[in-house]
Write a protein that binds this ligand. Sequence first.
Ligand SMILES: Cc1ncc(COP(=O)(O)O)c(C=O)c1O
Ligand SMILES: N[C@@H](CCCC[NH3+])C(=O)O
Length: 434
Amino acid sequence: MNSQVTNQINQVGHLTIGGVDSIDLAREYGTPLVVYDVNQIRHQIRAFKKVFEEEQVDYAVSYASKAFAAIAMYQVASEEGASTDVVSAGELYTALKAGFPMERVSFHGNNKSKAELEMAVKKHVGKIMIDNFYEIDLLNEVLEKNNSEINVMLRVTPGISAHTHEYDQTGQVDSKFGFDIESGQADLALEKVLANPRMHMLGLHAHIGSQIFELNGFEMAAAKLIEIAVSWRKNHDYTAQVINVGGGFGIKYVAEDHPLKPEEFVKAIIKTIKSEAAKNNFPIPEIDIEPGRSIVGPAGYNLYTVGSRKDVPGLIPYLAVDGGMGDNIRPALYQAKYEAILANDPRKKTIQKVHLAGKYCESGDILADTELPDVKPGDILAMLDTGAYGYSMASNYNRNPRPAVVFAENGQAQVVIKRESLMDLVHLDQSYNV
Ligand SMILES: Cc1ncc(COP(=O)(O)O)c(C=O)c1O
Ligand SMILES: N[C@@H](CCCC[NH3+])C(=O)O
């Protein structure tokens, strides 16, 4: 049996999530269904905060809401005292609707539009994470027009290639994000921002990528950021107050994954920053992190109903469920691996290897190659650790409605995003008048 869920089996032998019977959830809300164990989300935010408090540094745990953005999620993050980072007007709008404190919002993105910057300025977000020279000019225009001022940080590419899927690397020199350091772009950006009285320069940001297991890349990035801060103090008489090391802490998806606990990455980053700062007689800055996946990933479950099956003699059978790449694109896009269990009997012995197929018209729509017990149509499968970049990257491919999202906590469940209806699917369509 999957050891992750040992403590999540109730008296009738079903998987529970947040203390709620997963089969009851599937019956009541239908499948495919995305369910979050809210306590697990809270627990991870608290674990991050605890590390900073023990290390006695100023900090912000800024939830990277691209991993899963919904009004309810911003509410939980806010209640737990987290900050958040948004990357679009849509995420910002959702955070606003949730009543998320705007001063705890940072706005990221490599091509923020004028309208997005205008919205950020008018709503007084805490920080704009400036990514490129075009943005400096655009933001200046917006600030002048609104006779406003704002806090900014500069995102740099520290020249570190993290060991992760190519699409998940962001810190290497050849990246679409941030200012290059070696060629002097970051220095020039600093000069421009410092010369602009409407921009208050807070410090430096780097994010090396996502789903990273090695500590080394984070330590190198942290050291690099201090090195830049030290050179800026010397050459530009500017002392950075905040260093943001991004997110990217890898989580366990399958048995072969052995990541450190997310908070262990953070402990090492803090230690590196402290020691590099001490070596250079540099004041310890506020240290910010931007975890997304590690906060919501392990807390999420996708529930599916088993349907058809195809057996070809000598080959691994295809077992199909009622969801697939529309609610979780990660296996098809990144060859991401997941484990699935039989939610109505997680203890049942596994006896077969299957290609767990989705219902979409693509051969690549395989959610997992996994071992399962004997299952029959109507059984409920739970895919584990689906909370990050699952629903947030969901689509209506093949005109399938996106699933509902339920928050479960202390034995209670609440729908936080409704299931799309067929009506919703045609909601924006207009007939063509020929
Ligand atoms: C700037 C930035 N911060 C934070 C994150 C969150 O990363 P993760 O979900 O891997 O923690 C990302 C996504 O990779 C990002 O691009
Ligand atoms: N969507 C990616 C991670 C996000 C990258 C954002 N910079 C994944 O599912 O792994």
